[in-house]
Design a protein around this ligand. Structure first.
Ligand SMILES: [Zn+2]
Length: 273
C-alpha cells in the first residue's frame, strides 16, 4: 500500500505535469465502481473544463484544488495508481482525465481507492485525520497523542487518526531509526524516545522521498510514469527477515500484530525504557 512517501512523490510529479492545464475531457472506462467515490457522472461534471490549481497532500491523501474552489480527494487504497496514459489502457482503469496532448488514468485492481469531489479538504477521512507526519507539530503534542494508547507502538504509528502518513513499511523503518521495538508499549515511551520518532522519522521520510519511494518485490507501487521507486535498496529491516542487521549483524526478525507483519532487530531496538 502506498504511504506518505509514495503519495508525496506522486504529488510532485503530478504538480509539475498538470498545474494550470485545462481538463479537456473526462470519462470512466470502468463498469466496476470504486468502493468509495462520488458517482462517475458527478466526477465527470465536476472535472470537465476545470483546471487543477494546486495539489496538496495530507497523510496518504492527495487533494487536487480545482478552479471552481472544490477539491478532488484521492486515496489510493491498497492498489490505486495514477499513471500517464500510454498507448493502451491498463486493466482496471476507472477514470481517464484528458489534457491537451496527454491523459492521466486512475487504475485500481482491488478498488479500495477513493475519489471524491468535496467542498473542502476538511471532508478528508471525515475530519478524523491526525497531523501529517512531515508537518510541524511539537514533540509534546506527539507525545500526548501516543501515550494515551495502551497498545504496541507499531500499531499506533499506523493509526491515521493519531498521526497521518505511515503504513507498514515506514512504521518499521522509523522504529528502527529511533531504536524502539515494534512491541514497545506506547504508554510507556519516554518523551526522549518520542522525540526520536519525530526527528529520525522526518529525516527518514525525506530521504525516502528523494529516492522516489519503495517498490517491494510484489511490484505494488509505481510512480506516475510507471517506474519503480528506489528506496527498497535502503530499507534497514522491512522485508529483510533472516538477513543480518545492517548496523549490528544480528538476524532481522519478523512477527505479526493483528495480521500485519513487523520486522525488527532485537539488538538495536528496545522494548522497555
Ligand atoms: Zn541491529
Amino acid at each position: 500500500m502506498p504511504e506518505l512517501v509514495e503519495i508525496e512523490t506522486l504529488r510532485r510529479q503530478l504538480s509539475s505535469l498538470i498545474l494550470g492545464s485545462q481538463i479537456t475531457g473526462v470519462y470512466s472506462p470502468s463498469k466496476a465502481k470504486l468502493r468509495s467515490l462520488s458517482s462517475y457522472p458527478t466526477l465527470i461534471r465536476e472535472l470537465r473544463q476545470n483546471r487543477v490549481q494546486k495539489i496538496d497532500r495530507t497523510g496518504k491523501y492527495l487533494i487536487f484544488r480545482l478552479s471552481t474552489e472544490k477539491v478532488l480527494i484521492s486515496h489510493l487504497g491498497m492498489s490505486g495508481r495514477w499513471l500517464v496514459l500510454g498507448e493502451t489502457k491498463p486493466k482496471h482503469s476507472h477514470l481517464v482525465v484528458e489534457f491537451q496532448g496527454f491523459s492521466l488514468v486512475y487504475v485500481d485492481p482491488r478498488r479500495f481507492g477513493q475519489l471524491l469531489v468535496a467542498r473542502s479538504e476538511n471532508e478528508v477521512a471525515n475530519g478524523a485525520l491526525g497531523p501529517d507526519f512531515l508537518s510541524r507539530f511539537s514533540v509534546n503534542d506527539l507525545y500526548a497523542r501516543l501515550i494515551r494508547h495502551r497498545q504496541f507502538v507499531k500499531k499506533v504509528l499506523m493509526d491515521q487518526s493519531v498521526i497521518a502518513g505511515l503504513g507498514n513499511i515506514y512504521a518499521d523503518e522509523v522504529l528502527f531509526q529511533a531504536g524502539i521495538s515494534p512491541l514497545a508499549h506506547c504508554d510507556k515511551l519516554p518523551l526522549e524516545k518520542v522525540s526520536q520518532i519525530d526527528s529520525c522519522g522526518k529525516k527518514l521520510l525525506k530521504k525516502a522521498i528523494s529516492f522516489g519511494g519503495t517498490t517491494l518485490a510484489d511490484g505494488g507501487y509505481v510512480d506516475l510514469y510507471g517506474r519503480n521507486g528506489r528506496f527498497q535498496n535502503h530499507l534497514m529491516v522491512h522485508a529483510r527477515e533472516g538477513e543480518p542487521c545492517l548496523v549490528c549483524g544480528e538476524t532481522v526478525q519478523k512477527g505479526k500484530i493483528s495480521a500485519r507483519s513487523y520486522y525488527f532487530c532485537s539488538n538495536c531496538q528496545k522494548e522497555n525504557f
